[in-house]
Design a protein around this ligand. Structure first.
Ligand code: PMP
Length: 276
């Protein structure tokens, strides 16, 4: 089941215009929600981020936030999926190709649910990553459809036979191609501050709050590649990856080369936020 423009339909019924600005310019915003036990996880936080991305891009939402929230609930219920994700995007609508905002165009919303299992194996054993320059623009806090640098980074991971890329600007670690990154160094949990250089991950926010609740020392402070590679533990956070250990970066083992104790504690605490 899809929601497209103003109604529910099957995927086959969706008709996307070649004039959609999402198609020409990547001119739109998106969100990926997790569904656990048939329920949208952290819906309000995703809605706040959506609202912020749209406002900063001066992209009019096609419905009120309450209406969008309601239609996402209906889509979730209709999908009858237990473990799933919900993808939603809003583009600046359809208009003859021309850069300025089109007069009179109406934003187009598209959303659907897909069955996606939790990444149990990766969370258990950890994954590997390589590092790369962060070549993105300076508004990485906005969740826009323009994902080419992220696509190129992820492909680099695939080419190297690893799962993620840790991005850095002149040696300062920002985040990953599709997740945030945290390290444990000298017993302290560190992650890049939530400014314009990273996406303010919903999972990042949940994990930081859990870490503080567990009495861990937490600092939202930038760290360098040396600290990353020399960390006791490294893990990534994200809607689909949850809390996944990074056990090898650029071919070097992190700490013991096994998921660390702080990571394990945070995985357990994170799981408790959605399991009964
Ligand atoms: N950073 C980037 C670049 C991402 O694409 C994502 C996931 N979409 C994240 C961080 C994690 O954000 P969230 O926890 O909201 O999924």
């Amino acid at each position: 089941m899809y929601f497209f423009k103003d109604r529910f339909m099957t995927k086959d019924e969706v008709r996307i215009s070649p004039d959609d600005r999402g198609y020409y310019f990547g001119d739109g915003v998106y969100e990926v929600f997790r569904i656990y036990g048939g329920k949208l996880y952290e819906k309000e936080a995703h809605m706040r981020r959506l609202e912020n991305s749209a406002r900063e891009l001066r992209l009019p939402l096609p419905y009120s936030l309450a209406e969008i929230s309601d239609l996402l609930e209906r889509l979730t219920a209709q999908s009858e999926l237990d473990e799933a994700t919900l993808y939603m995007q809003i583009t600046r609508g359809e208009a003859v190709r021309s850069h300025p905002f089109p007069a009179g165009a109406e934003s187009v919303l598209m959303a659907y649910c897909s069955e996606v299992d939790r990444p149990t194996r990766a969370m258990q054993s950890g994954i590997s990553a390589v590092t790369q320059d962060d070549i993105r623009w300076l508004r990485c806090d906005l969740k826009t459809l323009n994902l080419l640098p992220n696509v190129l980074a992820k492909q680099k991971a695939m080419d190297h036979g690893v799962q993620e890329v840790v991005l850095h600007r002149n040696g300062t670690v920002t985040e990953c191609s599709a997740s945030n990154v945290m390290i444990v160094a000298d017993g302290m949990l560190l992650t890049h501050p939530a400014n314009h250089l990273i996406l303010h991950g919903i999972t990042r926010g949940v994990v930081l709050e859990l870490a503080r609740g567990l009495g861990l020392r937490v600092r939202e402070e930038a760290f360098g590649l040396d600290e990353l590679l020399g960390a006791e533990e490294v893990f990534i956070t994200g809607t689909t990856v949850e809390v996944t250990p990074l056990v090898r970066i650029d071919g070097q083992p992190i700490g013991s080369g096994e998921p660390g104790i702080v990571t394990r504690r945070l995985q357990t605490a994170f799981e408790a936020t959605f399991s009964a």
